[in-house]
Write a protein that binds this ligand. Structure first.
Ligand code: HEC
Length: 310
């Protein structure tokens, strides 16, 4: 690539004096301003010259073939073939029917005799091409290893897809699930959680989480556990049989984390008109601390409590 560019630059450089002369020699920045156009112009010119050369060469070959063709036709006492007919004849060259005896072998089976005709040139050239292609293929894929074999290609594609999935999940906060979720403590995040709560949950859990259709979320009694991971899990999968919707499909993981964190902060807020406690007493270790350690201990605690309750 850079080599090509270099060649173009040199070509352009050769054309430069002419151009600047035409544009008044004092305008030195003309070349810089129109570099792309100049380089492209010279490239096009080069291609045109090459095409003219090619056409001339083809014409010359055609003429030579015509002469040869005419000479052959005269020797055989027939009309000379046209260009395409000549080309076609050579491409399919086979021994004519009348001369088959010259290529007949002495193999005969039940009266069927075997010819040793020459291979049609179109087939032969195709065959040569496959050999050359095979050599190139072998070198490219197996000797230099420049190309990826199917397995490597597959692995690369899978890795790329995995990256895309990770990027998508990260953009959705999707790396957060019930096993990795952590309590958020920043005021802005808790406020965002409260907003989500007001919009989606207050209808069943009360404006302050005191409970109406759904249970009271402000007391120390939890049906499904009061640590952040359990709360997140209840929100995510819901308890469809008891009227608590799975929110997985409506709230993104990061929204569920925010609202779960907000609910976590509600414990002990004693709102008016609280619904009677439901579930088991759930003691948070080092109450309302936000360290992950406490949350981890909560998890063991809830298991004990739940087992005791069963
Ligand atoms: C249609 C009413 C309804 C809505 C809306 C609702 N919930 Fe619930 N929720 C319930 C019910 C009913 C339960 C009790 C399930 C049970 O008995 O197992 C519950 C239970 C819960 C629990 C578990 C409480 C415990 O004691 O373990 C949490 C946490 C919870 N909901 C959070 C939410 C959040 C967050 C939202 C909003 C995103 C929400 N809920 C929206 C009805 C609702």
């Amino acid at each position: 690539m850079s080599k090509l560019k270099y060649i173009f630059m040199v070509l352009a450089g050769m054309g430069l004096p002419l151009v600047t002369q035409a544009q008044d020699a004092s305008d030195a920045s003309f070349y810089e301003q129109n570099q792309l156009e100049i380089v492209l112009g010279i490239a096009v010119l080069t291609v045109v010259v090459a095409l003219v050369a090619l056409i001339t060469a083809l014409y010359a070959i055609n003429t030579i073939l015509n002469v040869k063709n005419a000479a052959e036709a005269e020797a055989e006492g027939r009309e000379p073939l046209g260009f395409w007919a000549n080309f076609w004849d050579r491409f399919n060259s086979a021994v004519p029917l009348e001369e088959e005896e010259t290529v007949m072998t002495d193999h005969a089976y039940d009266g069927i005799r075997e010819l040793d005709n020459r291979l049609p040139p179109w087939w032969l050239y195709g065959f040569y091409f496959t050999i050359l292609f095979g050599v190139g293929y072998l070198i490219y894929f197996h000797v230099t290893g420049a190309g990826d074999l199917s397995a490597a290609e597959y692995d690369k594609e899978m890795a790329r897809a995995e990256e895309e999935v990770q990027a998508y999940l990260a953009s959705q906060g999707g790396l957060i699930d019930e096993s990795s979720v952590e309590l958020l403590t920043a005021d802005a995040e808790i406020a965002a959680g409260k907003e989500i709560f007001m919009a989606n949950c207050a209808a069943c859990h009360g404006m302050n989480g005191e409970g109406t259709v759904g249970p009271n979320l402000t007391d120390k009694y939890w049906i499904h556990g009061g640590d952040i991971k359990s709360i997140f899990k209840t929100i995510k999968y819901g308890v469809p049989a008891k009227g608590m919707i799975p929110w997985e499909s409506q709230l993104g993981p990061s929204d569920m984390q925010k609202v779960a964190s907000y609910i976590y902060t509600l414990e002990g807020t004693n709102p008016p008109n609280p619904k009677d406690p439901q579930g088991d007493l759930f003691e948070r270790e080092g109450a309302s601390t936000d360290s992950t350690e406490a949350a981890a201990e909560d998890t063991t605690e809830v298991k004990v409590v739940l087992e005791a309750g069963m």
